[in-house]
Design a protein around this ligand. Structure first.
Ligand SMILES: Cc1cc2nc3c(=O)[nH]c(=O)nc-3n(C[C@H](O)[C@H](O)[C@H](O)COP(=O)(O)O)c2cc1C
Length: 205
């Protein structure tokens, strides 16, 4: 299912998002190695707008973090080792300026940091699963996220566990997903993606 079109480091193809987590506790060295990887992501103006707020499963924060997730996501993610909420800063004080101005790339940069984190987890033999299905307003309140920050994503981190304990609806999806071929999303010189242009035609009609 996952054969690259071109040669690439195997970690990119190996990373996938299971739902069968194994309940185990994560140590600081592992967790902070993931944040360290996130740290080195590129960002506009080197503004580094990512903020990671975490709860380990053996901490007092765990239940309230798990409660942020939509019911379906909570079913499987409550067996993860850590839940991380990714928040991005929407403004930045540019060099030489005295006041903060809007940061256009805050979500993009936070996404780059999340990707680094996920790949480092894979490298260390851990798994991650991004979760968009959670209550962002509740997260803002619980985590006391101030104005000027956007709640982006929840991330489950854990060791892959026994898939047979998953609910049936998850079991059938418990495998690495395929990807579109490289030539379907790359073009030289001009936006020449036939499928996308066909959609645009329908939209503008
Ligand atoms: C922004 C974002 C939000 C996601 N939200 C959810 C979610 O709410 N629930 C879920 O089960 N998976 C979620 N996923 C996981 C994606 O479905 C998964 O990454 C995608 O199908 C590709 O599969 P892979 O990560 O196994 O390669 C999310 C992923 C991303 C990047």
């Amino acid at each position: 299912m996952r054969i690259p079109d071109y040669e690439v480091h195997p970690i990119f193809v190996a990373r996938w998002s299971p739902r069968s987590f194994s309940n185990e506790v994560i140590d600081d060295a592992t967790l902070f190695s993931l944040f360290e990887a996130a740290r080195w992501a590129p960002s506009g103006n080197n503004s580094q707008p990512w903020r990671f707020i975490y709860a380990r499963r053996d901490s007092i924060h765990w239940d309230s973090f798990a409660d942020l997730l939509n019911e379906k996501n909570r079913l499987w993610a409550s067996k993860a080792s850590a839940l991380v909420i990714l928040v991005s800063k929407t403004t930045h004080v540019r060099k030489g300026a005295s006041e903060a101005t809007p940061l256009r790339n805050h979500s993009l940069d936070a996404g780059a940091a999340w990707a680094n984190l996920a790949l480092q987890a894979e490298f260390l033999g851990w798994k991650t699963h991004a979760i968009g299905g959670f209550d962002r307003e509740k997260a803002r309140e619980l985590l006391q996220v101030p104005a000027g920050f956007q709640v982006e994503l929840a991330i489950a981190v854990g060791k892959q566990g026994d898939a047979t304990s998953l609910a049936e609806e998850f079991l059938e999806r418990e495998r690495p997903t395929p990807r579109n071929p490289v030539n379907s999303f790359t073009a030289e010189g001009i936006f020449s993606f036939a499928d996308d242009l066909a959609v645009r035609e329908v939209v503008s009609r």
